[in-house]
Design a protein around this ligand. Structure first.
Ligand code: KG4
Ligand code: ZN
Length: 336
């Protein structure tokens, strides 16, 4: 019989304190997330010092809850996986130090995990990977196309040169006085609006899989400013719909092109913006015209959680990758 592997995952890179236990890399035994969104809302974004303080307060409670939910004890755990970067350094440090202390006290191997590898592996909790695989990662901090030829191997074939997709959503939302995080509000408004404003699409050089959203963001902000100055009416639903159409057009077109060029067997989507209804619909429509299977995780696995970190950490663990107690938080950790 196959040996069972239980990995404990810890995630504190931004504004969720999360601990999860995963069996054999694919089965969620427990998955506890304490969100701080309410505390950051009134500042219109994540305040790093507040995030760190919340993580300190929450981490042991969330850890206890994860064990309780799983009905397991430390004896069952084979290794501890923790997000080592990228993210807010003070926030990452809470998770990394908790993981190091626990690894030492409980005598367990420690495995550092890249946050984006986690977002990718959230999909494996739903379905087994088929390689080569293309991952579209769209979150508040990242917009990337990653090619994977095997487990634990990541080749970034395209990335944003300025703002991340989620960042553009949040900034446009802020201009429209919508609460943080703005993505879901723009998504909701866009569904009610008309795509009647011509906003730019940054295709960049021929053949490039890179992205750029700062020009689009500025165009939207200028449009709102000008309309306000001239006293012209502007429907925020239409702004949202037209902005979202530009983002989705570029994301989907480049993802389809890359999937075909690299002859991938599967396309997966990851990160908070993967929750976007318009994006999901357009990806499904365009990939249904190809013979490439598309996998989009359920909403609860799109946003930050520790199940995804334990899932990615299982691969590192199986491949013999260990971090040791010298592990440090690395806010600009590269995916490779
Ligand atoms: O992956 P995530 O939870 O955190 C990061 O690692 O960044 O992503 C958060 C981002 C925020 O920018 C938020 O506005 C965006 O995901 N987001 C959305 C939607 N839901 C969340 N953006 C567009 N449409 C949505 N429905
Ligand atoms: Zn994330």
């Amino acid at each position: 019989m196959m040996n069972e592997t239980y990995i404990l995952g810890i995630e504190t890179s931004c504004d969720e304190t999360a601990v999860a236990i995963i069996k054999n890399g694919r089965e969620t035994i427990s998955n506890v997330v304490a969100s701080q969104i309410e505390s950051h809302k009134r500042f219109g974004g994540v305040v790093p010092e507040i995030a760190s303080r919340h993580h300190v307060e929450q981490i042991t409670l969330v850890l206890e809850e994860a064990f309780k939910e799983a009905g397991l004890s430390w004896d069952d755990i084979d290794a501890i996986a923790v997000t080592e970067g990228p993210g807010l350094v003070g926030a990452l440090l809470i998770g990394v130090n908790a993981a190091k202390a626990l690894a030492f006290a409980k005598n367990k191997p420690l495995v550092g995990v890249h946050h984006i590898a986690g977002h990718i592996y959230a999909n494996r909790l739903e379905e087994e990977f088929q390689f080569p695989l293309l991952a579209l990662i769209v979150s508040g901090g990242h917009t990337e196309l990653v090619l994977m030829r095997d487990h634990g191997q990541y080749e970034v074939i395209g990335e944003t040169r300025d703002d991340a997709a989620g960042e553009a959503y949040d900034k446009v939302a802020r201009m429209l006085s919508l609460p943080y995080p703005g993505g879901p509000h723009i998504d909701r408004l866009a569904a009610k609006g008309e795509e009647n404003i011509e906003f730019p699409r940054a295709w960049l050089e021929e053949g490039s899989f890179d992205f750029s959203f700062s020009g689009l963001k500025s165009a939207v902000i200028n449009k709102i400013h000008n309309a306000k100055q001239k006293g012209e009416p502007l429907k925020e639903e239409d702004i949202a719909a037209s902005f979202q159409a530009s983002v989705i057009d570029v994301l989907v077109t480049k993802t389809v092109k890359a999937a075909q060029q690299y002859h991938v067997k599967q396309v997966i989507v990851a990160g908070g913006v993967a929750a976007n209804k318009g994006l999901r619909q357009e990806l499904e429509a365009k990939f249904s015209e190809t013979d490439i299977p598309l996998l989009i995780p359920p909403l609860r696995l799109c946003t930050d959680n520790a199940a995804m970190i334990a899932a990615a950490g299982t691969i590192n663990f199986e491949q013999g990758k260990r971090s040791g107690l010298a592990l440090n938080a690395n806010p600009s950790l590269l995916l490779r």
